[in-house]
Design a protein around this ligand. Sequence first.
Ligand code: IPE
Ligand code: IPE
Ligand code: MG
Length: 259
Amino acid sequence: MADTNGPAQISERLAGVELPRHIAIVMDGNGRWAQRQGQPRYAGHRAGARSVREVVEACGRLELEALTLFAFSSENWRRPRGEVRVLMQLFRTTLDQELQRLHENDVRLSFIGDRTQFEAGLQRRLTDAEALTAENTGLQLIVATSYGGRWEIAEAARRLAASAARGEVDPQSIDEDAFRGALSLPDVVDPDLFIRTGGERRISNFLLWQMAYTELHFAETLWPDFGTEGLARAIEDYAARDRRFGAVTSYPLKSVRHA
Ligand code: IPE
Ligand code: IPE
Ligand code: MG
């Protein structure tokens, strides 16, 4: 029987609903998902990859501009070595398996985070995937890996300080726009909607600068069970929000970079 609730149906399901331009997701709860079924944590990460596929396809069909997925945080290096190894392996194999299909679907891939922490082979794969898909004009899929919001802000400060030391930038001219220009992907619109699965209500060092006015949605669902249905509900929740950006009257839901 055809799936009547999968990514292919999401446009119909959300017809007439005001959509975000950019969604950012903390994909949490893989370990608990596995443990509840008496399986090792890594089985949850594998199952999580299926949910990634579904959500990426759904966002593409909805013609969103950008989707940022938090795959591995700068703090996740503190996990047991075995788990880190499995996560890196899974990252590599999923990228290898999915890259061609993403490319065929006009997805542009970008990675943010401290890639100097990865082994050379993986670093090369990331650069190659970005180069292959650089001209695509569909969904921009941003994978945050070895990423921390504070790391990104510190990096930007370091870049600006180096430019100032070389005499290229006048410190007095460093305003919010100049700072944004030094972030990893300055041209990507700020996320309109943040989603965290797995029940925790925290940001865990995700896009700290970019989320100043993002709408927050927390789902109890564990990431492997989230899929298209969880995404559709999160977008419906978003569509019911009243975004004011500090003003008195409502802004249209579409994001305003500088309100
Ligand atoms: C999220 O799931 C995936 C990563 C952080 C890499 P977790 O592994 O954090 O799963 P829980 O939160 O322990 O259930
Ligand atoms: C956040 O999840 C990072 C990712 C989903 C990649 P964590 O499971 O690492 O966050 P904490 O430890 O609960 O804050
Ligand atoms: Mg977690």
